[in-house]
Write a protein that binds this ligand. Structure first.
Ligand code: PMV
Length: 327
């Protein structure tokens, strides 16, 4: 019997994906630029098992519907393989709370099924399949810095983690619970009802270009201002949706204010946020302790996770008779 283990890290967007092109499966309306969070991991174990398909996350059995299109894609590609799968996934960080667990989760599932079904697809094909599960997952099949162009079926690697090895991300976990509005529903509602959505789609490519140039030249302040333009315009589409939906909590705002104060005192501390109340602050290793201390002072109940950029996926296969092989 074959057992496969795949491990992926979440993809944190510096320039956001928020909104899909109509009539397609998770194809973005805007380009996104992301890094992979080395310190956070989803680990997924998959094996063939008697029907029906089963998926659990952190020990809790999940409704199978969100996973079936992706599993079906592998059955289709592995001609003749009509077998059911049992998948057990676990996260080293809070699930479905706006820390991009869906990105690492669907990326790890994709890599695990590729190894289990022995489909041997290349990384771009795997990126496109991961996207079926969750848009941001197409970026999480790669480590380092990634790009997902608007209208594209797959993401691609942009730069390795070594390009900016002293970059750090502090994740302020404001609320550990699952978010009230899933990103899939939220981005559809923004697109369908917010008068700001058209401005978001119009502005996003220029923001992306600025962020990409800043990343290439390792200019953290230029990157930070582009990041800020991206996430605030994205949230504007939520605040102006009809009815609006607001993920922010009082501690979220306290952390945002602290980042602003740090910048005024010359410390690079540039925040971004996703579909949830958590704040991710991008800084450099030499300023990490200062940022930590300030956040602990203004928001003592907020848990802080820290990560460098990295997160190359790891896949291993154990066949009962043949032993283990890495990949
Ligand atoms: O991949 P989804 O459907 O969970 O959407 C992710 C959306 C954001 O995290 C808000 C932005 C992004 O680009 O990751």
């Amino acid at each position: 019997m074959r057992e496969v283990t795949a491990s992926c890290s979440p993809s944190l967007a510096l320039v956001k994906y928020w909104g899909k092109l109509p009539g397609l499966v998770n194809v973005a309306s805007t380009p996104s630029l992301a890094l992979t969070l080395d310190a956070l991991r989803t680990t997924t174990v998959a094996r063939f098992a008697p029907a029906p398909d089963r998926v659990s996350i952190d020990g809790v059995e999940q409704p199978i519907a969100p996973f079936e299109p992706l599993i079906a894609e592998f059955r289709r590609r592995a001609a003749g393989a009509d077998r059911a799968v049992c998948v057990e996934s676990s996260n080293s960080f809070p699930t479905a709370a706006g820390i991009a667990s869906s990105s690492s989760g669907f990326a790890a599932l994709t890599l695990a099924l590729d190894a289990l079904f022995a489909t041997g697809l290349d990384r771009a094909e795997l990126s496109a399949i991961a996207r079926i599960g969750s848009g941001s997952a197409c970026r999480a099949v790669y480590g380092g810095f990634t790009v997902w162009e608007a209208g594209s079926q797959a993401a691609r690697p942009l730069l390795p983690a070594t390009h900016w090895s002293d970059l750090r991300v502090l994740i302020a976990v404001v609320d550990e619970g699952p978010k009230a509005v899933a990103s899939r529903a939220g981005m559809g509602h923004s697109r369908d009802t917010s008068p700001v959505y058209a401005a978001w789609v119009r502005e996003a490519p220029a923001i992306f270009d600025r962020a990409r140039a800043a990343l290439e030249s390792r200019d953290i302040d230029a990157l930070g201002t582009a990041m800020r333009d991206s996430y605030l315009l994205m949230f504007s589409t939520m605040f102006t949706a009809r009815p609006p939906f607001i993920y922010w909590k009082p501690a979220t705002v306290a952390v945002l204010n602290a980042a602003e104060q740090l910048r005024r005192s010359g410390v690079p501390a540039w925040e971004t946020m996703d579909a949830g109340p958590q704040v991710k602050i991008v800084t450099t290793a030499d300023h990490e302790a200062t940022v930590r201390d300030r956040l602990a002072a203004v928001a003592p109940d907020v848990r802080l996770l820290s990560s460098a950029v990295g997160g190359n996926p790891v896949v291993s296969v154990v066949d009962d008779r043949q032993g283990a092989s890495g990949g």
